[in-house]
Design a protein around this ligand. Structure first.
Ligand SMILES: *[C@@H]1O[C@H](CO)[C@@H](O)[C@H](O)[C@H]1NC(C)=O
Ligand SMILES: *[C@@H]1O[C@H](CO)[C@@H](O)[C@H](O)[C@H]1NC(C)=O
Ligand SMILES: *[C@@H]1O[C@H](CO)[C@@H](O)[C@H](O)[C@H]1NC(C)=O
Ligand SMILES: *[C@@H]1O[C@H](CO)[C@@H](O)[C@H](O)[C@H]1NC(C)=O
Ligand SMILES: *[C@@H]1O[C@H](CO)[C@@H](O)[C@H](O)[C@H]1NC(C)=O
Ligand SMILES: *[C@@H]1O[C@H](CO)[C@@H](O)[C@H](O)[C@H]1NC(C)=O
Length: 543
């Protein structure tokens, strides 16, 4: 079903005259295993059935090609661990009873993606409560989404969108009588800007400094009774924009957003308001998985109580008209103008994404150096140093010769975390380096943050290793003995991002240990607890 009929309906909707168009549903393309695994690790559980106490169902991993990783699961009476068929080798399922007596299915699985050249192994688990089939003989008419939490390669529960307000209301598909309630209507019309002395006519007022622009003002609330959802529509006149747009977009416009337009016509005191709204609804959730998107419209006359007086300038043509609503509410009946069926779970599935900080940290994590320059002392310590480091989620982190923390000679470790960069204190990450001028090798340790998959639970990656700047031969060096000075001058070493290096070791933590403030006194570098790590190109759990 789905795609063709959705496209046809979209074309129909676009060609008809109503102003609110149904936005197309963001759809993940085929493939993209790594992106999907990092963004929507989850399973669809279907064909749930209990027969003489034996439970069977089918599990499909949404991150991988559905046909390649589909498991048929059987749970025998009285057993928690279920049996999964071949094809689901890496999958385990459990059946327990939830606190309300309903069955709870737990799933854990490992799988791998090699779509991006790098071979990444994922493990995740999740659970769902079966709400539509309980007892010893039943068949679930619906499928279930089982959202997953990744354990590998990184500990992460990617954030998913929430369905909009009223989506699960029992009345959400109702369109008809008493669809909307309009309340709190206020309308104003000023023929002149309310300013006694302009600095720039209609734009900058000296007296008073805060003035009202000429034109119309409108404020009203629209409540959709089907979804018990209220929107405040508010238009203020401004320079070059004195008239209420027709229609006025009060809210929304994107997929998964309730969208409301009002069209305000007439003249004081007799007005008309037309409402047009798009909203979402999951009808009959016990037997249906496909949300609907509904567009409806309706209109009513609104007779206001208006008074006019002379405005702030006192001039005869400075007329202020202020209208309020004696009737506190107006009911509007609705007529449905469009309705479409959306794919199951489309409102609660993160939208297609490619790459990003977490992805770049997991797949072939790379550091790039540019702008490299150093001068050493006789004792092999640094007297001058510059490098610009780019990595996953950060670019051009330039650091300079700084406070030495430990070591001597070429083994001196310097900090590259400084608190004098103007950023808030908690936006600092551990960074240290040592530089061996004889081998032109930097030993780097750098933490970076990624929160692109869930802003509430950032991940802190720490990359460490030795990076030989000598692989780029285009350096210009001078000096005698240990006192050397070099800089790199080729384009790759000069331009963004710089010379690439695989990061030999990357670890992941869910906490950021702020680096010490070496400007005050030298302190020990803190240690964050490591959850997962990548060495030799493989991600694994930390011991
Ligand atoms: C709806 O789609 C039609 C046809 O593509 C377009 O002309 C119209 O401007 C769109 N309306 C809105 C509010 O975007
Ligand atoms: C995933 O597994 C862990 C460890 O076994 C468990 O604590 C957690 O509750 C599971 N999560 C879900 C959503 O089932
Ligand atoms: C209008 O709606 C807003 C937002 O829901 C609400 O805060 C406000 O109290 C409402 N005003 C009236 C007059 O109902
Ligand atoms: C209009 O002005 C009022 C009062 O200054 C303000 O509260 C409201 O946010 C403004 N609305 C818009 C859409 O700018
Ligand atoms: C605003 O008020 C003036 C004076 O009463 C009137 O001439 C004008 O038509 C009004 N504007 C609108 C948009 O109703
Ligand atoms: C190394 O030499 C520099 C410059 O002569 C000097 O400032 C620094 O203190 C020396 N460091 C050590 C550890 O001797």
């Amino acid at each position: 079903m789905g795609f063709l009929s959705t496209t046809a309906a979209l074309l129909l909707a676009a060609s008809s005259s109503h102003a609110i168009n149904i936005t197309s549903t963001p759809t993940w393309p085929d493939g993209r295993c790594t992106d999907k695994s990092l963004t929507i690790p989850s399973w669809v559980l279907s064909q749930y059935k209990v027969s003489s106490g034996t439970t069977t169902f089918v599990v499909n991993n949404r991150a991988v090609d559905p046909t390649s990783l589909s498991a048929r699961v059987t749970c025998s009476p009285g057993k928690t661990e279920c049996q999964s068929s071949a094809g689901g080798d890496g999958m385990r399922a459990t059946l327990t009873t939830g606190s309300n007596g309903q069955p709870v299915i737990g799933i854990s699985e490992f799988w791998s993606c090699s779509d991006e050249g790098d071979h990444v192994t994922f493990t995740a688990n999740g659970s769902t409560t079966i709400t539509s089939c309980s007892g010893s003989d039943c068949t679930s008419p619906i499928t279930y989404l089982v959202p997953g939490t990744l354990n590998l390669p990184v500990p992460l529960t990617p954030a998913q969108p929430k369905a909009p307000t009223g989506f699960d209301a029992a009345t959400c598909a109702d369109v008809g009588e008493n669809q909307w309630i309009i309340s709190g209507v206020e309308y104003k019309n000023y023929t002149k800007g309310q300013c006694k002395q302009w600095y720039q006519p209609d734009q900058i007022c000296i007296n008073p400094t805060s003035f009202l622009a000429k034109g119309q003002y409108l404020k009203l609330n629209v409540t959709n009774n089907a979804i018990s959802h209220e929107v405040l529509c508010n238009f203020n006149s401004s320079y070059n924009n004195p008239n209420i747009p027709q229609p006025l977009r009060c809210t929304g416009g994107n997929f998964n957003e309730i969208t409301l337009d009002v069209t305000w016509t007439g003249s004081a005191p007799n007005f008309q308001v037309k409402v047009e709204e798009l909203w979402y609804c999951l009808e009959n959730p016990s037997t249906n998985n496909n949300p609907s998107v509904i567009v409806a419209t309706g209109s009513t006359d609104v007779a206001l109580t208006c008074e006019s007086h002379t405005g702030i300038t006192g001039a005869a043509d400075d007329i202020v008209t202020i209208c309020t609503d004696a009737a506190t509410t107006h009911s509007i009946d609705g007529v449905q103008t469009a309705k479409q069926t959306l794919p199951a779970f489309s409102l609660i599935t993160a939208y297609p994404a490619h790459g990003g900080c977490t992805y770049d940290s997991v797949v072939n994590p790379t550091f790039y150096y540019r702008g490299m320059y150093f001068v050493t002392n006789d004792n092999l310590t640094l007297s001058k140093f510059t490098a610009g480091l780019t990595g996953p989620g950060f670019a051009d982190f330039f650091f300079y010769q700084n406070v030495a923390i430990t070591g001597t000679g070429a083994d001196t470790v310097y900090t590259c975390a400084v608190y004098t960069d103007g950023k808030p204190r908690d936006q600092h990450w551990k960074c240290t380096y040592a530089f061996n001028a004889q081998t032109k090798t930097i030993t780097q340790d750098k933490v970076w943050e990624c929160n692109d998959k869930n802003t509430a639970t950032p991940l802190y990656f720490e990359g460490t290793g030795e990076f030989n700047w000598g692989v780029d031969p285009y350096s210009q060096c001078s000096g005698t003995g240990n006192a050397q000075s070099c800089y790199w001058h080729d384009n790759q070493a000069t331009l963004q991002p710089g010379i690439p290096y695989d990061i030999p070791k990357v670890t992941v933590s869910t906490e950021n240990v702020l680096p010490p403030d070496y400007g005050q006194s030298v302190q020990e570098v803190g240690v964050a607890s490591v959850k997962t790590l990548r060495v030799n190109g493989q991600w694994k759990l930390a011991e």
